[in-house]
Design a protein around this ligand. Structure first.
Ligand code: GLN
Length: 533
């Protein structure tokens, strides 16, 4: 039977519960234990696809095209796994299912209530996730903080799970904050948070404390005493240079052994040394590159977290540290002299995006990269805008645009496909998830991927307008990959440029710390070469 580790959080949101969850997974996986991870989001949205990234950070796209919370990115990157829509439970999904059952008469005339009907549904959905891959351990992260009204039914459901399956099968990990005030590590917020948890019947087994510095022994002892756990169960999760170090600092505090003994698991091997070696390597990178990300939500690093991680992964494999320069495309739009910051970088990346705001600034940045022969990588919206820029400034199609940005453009070089042009509603019209892409031989893309068939994740509505493909190609653009029997363009490249590649798909979602995405690696390599010249 699958065992469960339930991860809750207290005191504040944004404590890195996702990284803690992923790190616990990595620790267990490196001991040969089969793990899977899922996330509970206690909001009423059925999925986060229509949520504003200002509010919510990045949207992560799973292989099966589900628009998930960015924590899914941590899980996939740390554990090198692929999750699905089924690995996410939201209040919206739970209620949708309960209400559908109610309408079908499933509850046989009973009064349908939060306890037991909603809590039963929650447990059932968790058990179904365990059936997808049959892991030995399923780690369940519950979003939000203890005490939130939204989270209550979920906490009640996992409390029942512990009662039903016992402490050898269900383990509670609680993540809190230990602030430092005038030099002193403060345990009160943790005490209160644990008290709150206990008031609903959950006694944590392990308490992971976020802190700016390592927890002192006295701090651990105090938390242990007040929260009724052993000192070894209090884990210091202090600030480190890179999130990938977190599993190591937890392992140093014997978290792996501790969980294994509490859940009565069997260790099959211990490969944490491999991870340790990797971390040591990332701390001693010999080279450096500076790459500009030109985006709209800059200042909100979470919005582009996968892009930044993909750049880092590529850097690790090339022995290079990647410094990111955040450039606000709206500033460039307002004042062209802002472009001068781009002369200091070794590469320019324009990521995915939606809508008009800041788009002209991105187009200017792309023009700058193209004309100044600076390595350029465009992703999704960045790909589409690279086509717009080329159409306007090289082919001479005045006011060419994407119809997403200008419905009346005389040259709709990026447009919806004809069959989509009459669809009115926003939901469920995006092309999402992993799709097979055909790569043309004798292209830069082929050199990068070394394969005629690749599989990459997508999230877009618009396409290069098929009516303009010939025009583009006549003027020097190479569309080196396509999908949907050649109907949709997937990669564009400019052959006589130092490195100018843009992809309709999102390569960042398949990048892993030890397996960088090929396009990112080629891009960072080009940036290093430019720097070396
Ligand atoms: N807005 C563009 C589209 O819908 C690009 C989307 C993206 O960058 N993810 O096609």
């Amino acid at each position: 039977m699958t065992k469960y580790i339930i991860v809750t959080g207290g005191v504040l949101s944004g404590l890195g519960k996702g990284v803690t969850t992923a790190s616990i997974g990595l620790i267990l996986k490196s001991r040969g234990i089969k793990v899977d991870v899922c996330k509970i989001d206690p909001y009423l949205n059925v999925d986060p696809g229509l949520m504003n990234p200002y509010q919510h950070g990045e949207i992560w796209i799973t292989k099966d095209g589900y628009e998930a919370d960015l924590d899914f990115g941590h899980y996939e990157r740390f554990l090198d796994i692929e999750l699905t829509s089924k690995h996410n439970i939201t209040t919206g999904k739970v209620y949708l299912s309960v209400l559908e059952k109610e309408r079908k008469g499933y509850y046989l005339g009973q009064t349908v209530q939060i306890i037991p009907h909603v809590t039963d549904e929650i447990k059932e959905q968790i058990y179904q996730i365990a059936q997808i891959n049959n892991p030995e351990v399923l780690i369940v992260e519950i979003g939000g903080t203890v005490g939130d009204i939204e989270g209550m039914p979920f906490l009640e459901a996992v409390r029942q799970m512990r009662r039903e399956h016992g402490k050898e099968n269900v383990l509670f990990v609680h993540v809190t904050l230990v602030p430092i005030i005038r030099g002193e590590q403060k345990t009160k917020p943790t005490q209160h948070s644990v008290k709150e948890l206990r008031s609903i019947g959950i006694q944590p087994d392990i308490i992971v404390c976020r802190c700016q510095e390592p927890l002192q022994e006295e701090t651990k002892a105090k938390i242990a005493l007040y929260c009724d756990v052993s000192k070894i169960d209090v884990i210091s999760n202090h600030d480190v240079e890179s999130v990938y170090e977190v599993p190591l600092i937890m392992e140093e505090q014997k978290l792996g052994d501790n969980i294994i003994s509490k859940l009565n698991l069997k260790e099959k091997k211990n490969e944490i040394k491999k991870w340790k070696k990797f971390i040591e390597k990332t701390k001693n990178l010999k080279k450096k590159v500076k790459i500009a990300i030109v985006g709209k939500y800059v200042g909100m690093e979470d919005t582009y977290i996968s892009i930044v991680e993909a750049l880092k992964h590529a850097g690790y494999s090339l022995n290079a540290k990647v410094d990111v320069l955040w450039v606000d495309s709206e500033k460039i739009e307002e004042d062209e002299s802002e472009l001068k910051v781009l002369s200091e970088v070794d590469g320019i990346l324009v990521p995915g995006g939606f809508g008009k705001r800041g788009s002209e600034g991105k187009i200017k940045a792309i023009k700058f990269a193209r004309e100044k022969n600076i390595p350029f990588l465009g992703i999704c919206f960045g790909f589409q805008l690279a086509a717009v820029e080329y159409a306007r400034n090289v082919i001479g199609l005045k006011n060419a645009n994407s119809t997403e940005l200008d419905k009346d453009t005389p040259y709709p070089v990026v447009d919806l496909l004809p069959e989509q042009r009459n669809i009115k509603q926003l939901g469920a019209t995006m092309r999402l998830g992993e799709i097979e892409v055909d790569v043309k031989e004798n292209t830069i893309a082929y050199k990068i991927y070394k394969s005629k068939k690749i599989y990459e994740r997508h999230r877009h509505r618009y396409e290069i307008n098929p009516e303009f493909i010939e025009t583009f190609e006549k003027h020097g653009i190479v569309f080196s990959a396509s999908s949907d029997n050649g109907r949709r363009m997937e990669i564009l490249e400019i052959p006589n440029h130092r490195f100018f590649i843009a992809t309709q798909f999102h390569p960042e979602f398949k990048s892993r710390p030890l397996k960088p995405a090929p396009v990112f690696k080629a891009f960072v390599e080009a940036c290093l070469n430019k720097k070396g010249e």
